[in-house]
Design a protein around this ligand. Structure first.
Ligand SMILES: [Zn+2]
Length: 53
């Protein structure tokens, strides 16, 4: 049986990507959060942030 290796978990060193999905693109470092914009939007409601128009 073939072994399934998850290369995603081979990240070493600095992890400045999104803590939710690991994406480095558009990571929001505000509010001491390390989430990408998409995950930030998803968590914004949970964290109590309101959407600015
Ligand atoms: Zn994310």
């Amino acid at each position: 049986m073939p072994l399934v290796i998850k290369e995603r978990q081979q990240w070493k060193g600095r992890m400045e990507g999104c803590q939710a999905c690991g994406r480095r693109r558009g990571v929001v470092r505000r509010y001491s959060l390390h989430l990408c914009r998409q995950c930030f939007r998803d968590n914004a409601r949970t964290l109590g942030f309101k959407k600015y128009s």
